[in-house]
Write a protein that binds this ligand. Structure first.
Ligand SMILES: *Cc1c(COP(=O)(O)O)cnc(C)c1O
Length: 375
C-alpha cells in the first residue's frame, strides 16, 4: 500500500463490543457491510443500521429512553423541538385535513401551524383550550387532531389533559401534547391517553443549554410514520447531540426536583411584592410540583429596561430549562411573532418577564431577582 492509501486505511476500526459503561458515540454518517447479503439483510430488518439519517444507535437510544420515561410505546429523536413537532403533525395530518390548536402556544409552534402547516393545505383553527365549548365548536368533519402544551408558555396554564382525551375520543381525533415545560418528571400525558407527546429536548431533557434536539413519543403505529417523516425531511438528530441528551436525562429527576422546589419558593416570595402586578405559576400540575418556570408582570410604574440591566449573575437568555437561572422577555423573543391581538388577549405585554429557575441556592436567586425588581 502506498502512504496515501495507508493514511486512510491503517487505523483499524474497532467494531467489537468492549462493554463500555456508557454508550459510545457512533459519530458516523453510514455503516459498512461485508457483502451483498449483509446489505440486503438491512432491508429485511435483520441488520439495524445503514445510514445515520435513517437511524443511528445514539438517536435510537434517546428515542427509547424518552419513550420509557413517558410511559409511551415508542419514540423518535429529531434535530430540534420544531422538527419533532413538524414530524409529529405530518405523521397525522395531510392536505385537506384540519387541526384544532390551542391559542396559547410557544411562538415558534404558532408560526409553524399558522404559516408552514397551512401551506401544506392543512387548515388550522386556534381557540382557547381553557374553554371546552370553544374546542368543541371548532371541530369539523375533516378535523384530525387536537394540539396543545401540557403547561403553556409563557403564562403557565396547566392543560386539562383528561378532558382533551375525552373530547378527542368522542370525535375520533388524535391528540398531540408538547410536554417540554412539564417533562415526564411531572406529567406523562401518554399514560393519560394522549397519542403523541413532543419535546424540545433543547430545554429540560438536555438540561445544560448546550444542544438543540427534539423528540416525538407515543403510539407505536404513529411513531413508525413519524420516523419516516424524520428520514424524509432530513430532521434527524446528530449522534453527538443525542449522546449529550441521553447524558442530560440521567439527572432529569434531580434537576427537576430542585428546580421545581426553587420555582415554588420564588413564586411564593414574589406574590406580595408591591412592584409586581401578577405572578403566573400554576398550582395543579402534579403532586411532584408545578414546574420550574415562573412568569411575572411588573407593576405599571416599573421600568422594564432597568429590570433587565440589573440582573447581575442571572443571564438574559431567550430560552429555558438549563441548570442556570435565566430570564427571558417573551414579547421581544419567543412571542414576538404572535399577532398583536393574540398577545393582548393572552396578556403578554411589555411588562411580562419569564424566569427559568435553575439549580442554584434559592436564597441567592431571590436576592438577585429582588435587586432587579427594586431597580
Ligand atoms: C423551545 C420550545 C419549542 C421549540 O423547540 P426547539 O428545540 O427550539 O426547536 C417548542 N415548544 C416549546 C414549549 C418550547 O419551549
Amino acid at each position: 500500500m502506498s502512504f496515501h492509501t495507508k493514511t486512510v486505511h491503517q487505523s483499524k476500526k474497532v467494531s467489537k463490543n468492549f462493554n463500555s459503561k456508557v454508550t459510545p458515540i457512533y459519530q458516523t454518517s453510514s455503516f459498512s457491510f461485508d457483502n451483498l447479503d449483509e446489505l440486503e439483510s438491512y432491508f429485511h430488518g435483520e441488520t439495524p443500521y445503514l445510514y445515520s439519517r435513517y437511524g443511528n444507535p445514539n438517536t435510537d437510544e434517546l428515542g427509547s429512553a424518552v419513550a420509557a420515561l413517558e410511559g409511551a410505546e415508542a419514540g423518535v429523536a429529531a434535530s430540534s423541538g420544531m422538527s419533532a413537532i413538524l414530524s409529529a403533525l405530518l405523521s397525522v395530518a395531510k392536505n385537506g385535513d384540519h387541526i384544532v390548536a390551542c391559542d396559547d402556544l410557544y411562538g415558534g409552534t404558532y408560526h409553524l401551524l399558522d404559516q408552514e402547516i397551512r401551506s401544506f393545505g392543512i387548515d388550522v383553527t386556534f381557540v382557547s383550550f381553557a374553554n371546552e365549548e370553544e374546542i368543541r365548536a371548532a371541530i369539523r368533519p375533516n378535523t384530525k387532531l387536537l394540539y396543545t402544551e401540557s403547561i403553556t408558555n409563557p403564562l403557565l396554564r396547566a392543560e386539562n389533559i383528561p378532558l382533551l382525551v375525552k373530547i378527542a375520543k368522542e370525535h375520533k381525533l388524535i391528540t398531540i401534547v408538547d410536554n417540554t415545560f412539564a417533562t415526564p418528571f411531572l406529567l406523562q400525558p401518554c399514560v393519560d391517553g394522549v397519542d403523541l407527546v413532543v419535546h424540545s429536548a433543547t430545554k429540560y431533557l438536555g438540561g445544560h443549554s448546550d444542544i438543540s434536539a427534539g423528540i416525538v413519543v407515543g403510539r407505536e403505529d404513529i411513531i413508525q410514520v413519524a420516523k419516516q417523516k424524520v428520514v424524509s425531511l432530513g430532521a434527524n438528530l446528530s449522534p453527538f447531540e443525542a449522546w449529550l441528551t441521553c447524558r442530560g436525562i440521567k439527572t432529569l429527576a434531580l434537576r427537576m426536583e430542585k428546580q421545581t422546589r426553587n420555582a415554588q419558593f420564588i413564586a411564593d416570595s414574589l406574590r406580595e411584592n408591591e412592584n409586581i402586578a401578577k405572578v403566573y405559576y400554576p398550582n395543579n400540575v402534579s403532586e411532584k410540583g408545578n414546574g420550574a418556570i415562573v412568569s411575572i408582570e411588573l407593576a405599571p410604574h416599573c421600568d422594564i429596561r432597568s429590570f433587565f440591566s440589573s440582573l447581575g449573575w442571572i443571564k438574559v437568555v431567550p430560552s429555558l430549562g438549563g441548570v442556570e437561572t435565566a430570564v427571558s422577555y417573551p414579547l421581544g423573543t419567543s412571542h414576538r411573532n404572535l399577532p398583536k391581538a393574540a398577545q393582548e388577549k393572552l396578556g403578554i405585554n411589555e411588562r411580562v418577564v419569564r424566569i427559568s429557575v435553575g439549580i442554584e441556592d434559592r436564597q441567592d436567586i431571590i436576592n438577585q431577582l429582588l435587586i432587579a425588581i427594586k431597580a
